[in-house]
Unconditional design. Sequence first.
Length: 140
Amino acid sequence: MACVEPSAWIEWSPRLELATKPSAPTFGTHRRKGSVRNAYKFNLPKRFVSRESMAHNPSQLLPSELIDRCIGSKIWVIMKGDKELVGTLKGFDVYVNMVLEDVTEYEITPEGRRITKLDQILLNGNNIAILVPGGSPDPE
């Protein structure tokens, strides 16, 4: 069983190959006009926009940029289990492993909510569910 109808088959020709192959890169020049990559236009959803297109709208930030702006300020971290942490974000990596200082840990137990104070903590990014910049689990 054929994937394409035989009437739709295209006979190979050197011209077809030259028309579809991108030209070899040359040093010092960029030949993007004739490349295959630029021959197709894709209508991407708004969530797949580039950094260049976000430059005119500062309200749209990538998640890593938002976390980067929170360094040095309070952040509320909701973990996958029954824990929540509030502390000052000192740093993070590409896996969103985080270092927090002056941390208050809130743990939900069968007896009620347990609060623990910690000087510094390293969080594994795999266990983080939600990050709330400047947030706090206590309504004030």
